[in-house]
Design a protein around this ligand. Structure first.
Ligand SMILES: Cc1cc2nc3c(=O)[nH]c(=O)nc-3n(C[C@H](O)[C@H](O)[C@H](O)COP(=O)(O)O)c2cc1C
Length: 176
């Protein structure tokens, strides 16, 4: 198997972390990977809020059902989208969730290349959670939080995923 494919299969959600901060250089590389994602019309409507401050992380932890993971991770990167920036003026449709999900996935895939582990914690489309995150991070109106990436040096090891299923693949047309 090509090494780059094997790398993708190795992405797993890491929810236990060592008590060790993530270096600034690595944070920058994660963000570079995230911003290399494809986006509709190349609008790149994303913003990233990097949270390392313990008090802020506690505030985020208090509002999320997976809060204990936020508490354990030294770093949370909140992937946000500028709704209007992502709007296609001809159709009126917004693509910020697709664009920001691609950025989030790039970030998650980049983490193991830096000896880091990460997990995606959902925010959008749970409205009350979105509002709570917006308040804690002082997000302006129109900048929506897609999700949180909790990142750190892994405190657990996971096997590469084995999710491939032949019955999910359809050739030429859908056949069940
Ligand atoms: C949109 C989205 C929201 C998620 N929210 C949570 C969450 O709130 N808490 C959590 O522990 N994991 C969350 N996850 C991670 C999934 O549980 C995880 O990806 C899935 O169980 C598969 O495991 P794997 O990532 O190790 O392959 C979320 C993943 C996605 C894509």
């Amino acid at each position: 198997m090509p090494e780059r494919i094997a790398w993708i299969l190795q992405r797993r959600s890491i929810r236990e972390f060592q008590n060790r901060d993530v270096e600034k250089e690595k944070i920058k590389l994660l963000l570079q990977a995230a911003m290399a994602a494809p986006s509709a019309r190349n609008r790149q409507p994303w913003h990233f809020v990097v949270v390392t401050d313990e008090e802020k992380r506690t505030q985020l932890a208090d509002l999320h059902p997976s809060g204990k993971i936020i508490r354990r991770a030294p770093l949370t990167i909140v992937v946000c989208g500028d709704v209007e920036a992502s709007r296609n003026t001809q159709t009126g449709l917004c693509y910020w969730t697709q664009d920001c999900s691609a950025a989030m996935e790039n970030l998650l895939l980049a983490a193991p290349a830096l000896d880091l582990g990460a997990v995606w914690l959902g925010v959008h489309p749970t409205e009350d959670r979105e509002e709570a995150v917006m308040e804690v991070l002082k997000l302006p109106e129109g900048i929506k939080p897609l999700g949180l990436a909790c990142v750190g040096y892994p405190g657990e090891k996971k096997e590469p995923n084995t999710y491939y299923r032949e019955d999910k693949v359809h050739y030429e047309e859908f056949r069940s």
